[in-house]
Design a protein around this ligand. Structure first.
Ligand SMILES: *Cc1c(COP(=O)(O)O)cnc(C)c1O
Length: 369
């Protein structure tokens, strides 16, 4: 039996990066300053600078980043927020958490992202914001979305949890809207060794709000201006992220190189739709997601050969029992429902070896032969 090919695995890529991360951790431990120390401050500055934004504020995780971003631009009870039905549940939960109503819209059939065209239909008198998700690592086509938001006087909150470093017309994800949310969950393109997230904005008032709100609303110790929460980005994680940020471009380049191999090798398979990158967009392939009517059979056959894959996401949010309160039913989102039935994510992570990728390619070719 050949060795298993994991869907995802942490590997020492680029070589030596694991040792560099460990050295930074040891140093951070030795600093004896574990909450909001110099590494957090430095990371916030370095990440904002990398993106080309005014400010990044470290928070506990990506979900909190979304919640604080929404609160930061004043979204609350009675407001409607337009967002994709085809996303990870965190996006929707964050909107519900602040008391607003998530209004779901279909993704585009090719890019799997929402577009101005799909979002426009969902706008009502109560809509306060659009929350585009840069799904799988591809930035949404932002220009039309920004125009739509402007026309209706709406805020744009970006969920950039899967798109660290991706660009649209040369500008990085997370810098288009009024505010954006990042996750540094370990498997993300920029990942910590535990939970972490960040709110990014060019609006100093929003940055100031999040800085206080994440730390109990304190302006300084024991002086509260508002009732906040505890959602600070851990100092040890900040030390890790500072090192990994330096590798982000090469990690993304490696993901793009691996994607290019799949795109070339699998070009002519019958009934296999490969990911499409829209004009002006760059794709950092957080997830390499293909589609086929024979999804279950293909996944099963790969698995029999020790090749692990994933499905993003198997049940659309509007069909999950927990979200029945939103009042949607089967058939409301045919595109998303079809995606759920047909999508399959192939192994793609920095450090995946050529012989491993070759085995995946051959197994897929064999399936269609
Ligand atoms: C990972 C992810 C989140 C949530 O991040 P956590 O850090 O796990 O809370 C939110 N939105 C999307 C699209 C994600 O992929």
């Amino acid at each position: 039996m050949k060795p298993t090919i994991p869907y995802f695995q942490f590997r020492d890529f680029p070589a030596g990066s694991e040792a560099a991360v460990q050295a930074a951790l040891v140093e951070a431990v030795a600093s004896k300053h574990y909450i909001m120390g110099k590494d957090l401050l430095a990371f916030e500055e370095e990440f904002a600078c990398y993106l080309g934004a005014t400010a990044a504020v470290g928070v506990g995780n990506g979900y909190d980043a979304l919640v604080l971003a929404l609160r930061g631009v004043g979204i609350g009870a009675g407001d409607e927020v337009v967002l994709p039905v085809h996303t990870f549940i965190a996006t929707i939960n964050a909107v519900l958490q602040v008391g607003a109503r998530p209004v779901l819209v279909e993704p585009d059939k090719k890019t799997y992202n929402i577009t101005a065209a799909t979002a426009a239909n969902a706008i009502t008198a109560k809509t306060k914001a659009i929350l585009p998700v840069h799904l799988y690592g591809q930035v949404c086509e932002m220009e039309p979305l920004l125009q739509l938001a402007k026309d209706h006087n709406l805020k744009i909150i970006e969920d950039a949890a899967q798109a660290h470093g991706a660009t649209y017309k040369g500008q990085r994800a997370g810098t288009f809207g009024h505010v954006s949310a990042f996750s540094f969950y370990p498997t993300k393109n920029l990942g910590a060794l535990g939970d972490a997230g960040a709110v990014v904005t060019n609006d100093t008032a929003v940055a100031n709000f999040v800085q206080k709100y994440r730390n109990y609303g304190e302006v300084q110790k024991y002086q509260s201006e508002m009732i906040g929460v505890n959602s600070r980005l851990d100092e040890l994680q900040a030390a890790v992220l500072r090192v990994k940020l330096q590798y982000l471009d090469s990690l993304n380049a490696e993901r793009q190189r691996l994607a290019a191999v799949y795109l070339q090798e699998l070009e002519n398979m019958p009934d296999l739709m490969l990911p499409v990158t829209a004009p002006g967009c760059s794709h950092v392939y957080h997830i390499f997601n293909v589609r086929t009517k024979q999804r279950d059979a293909l996944q099963q056959q790969l698995r029999e050969q020790g090749i692990h894959t994933a499905v993003h996401y198997p049940v659309p949010v509007h069909l999950q029992p927990a979200y029945s309160l939103l009042g949607y039913s089967a058939g409301d989102f045919p595109v998303a429902e079809e995606l759920a039935r047909t999508n399959l994510s192939l192994p793609l992570f920095p450090g995946l070896q050529p012989d491993e990728q070759e085995r995946v390619v051959e197994a897929i070719k064999c399936f269609y032969r």
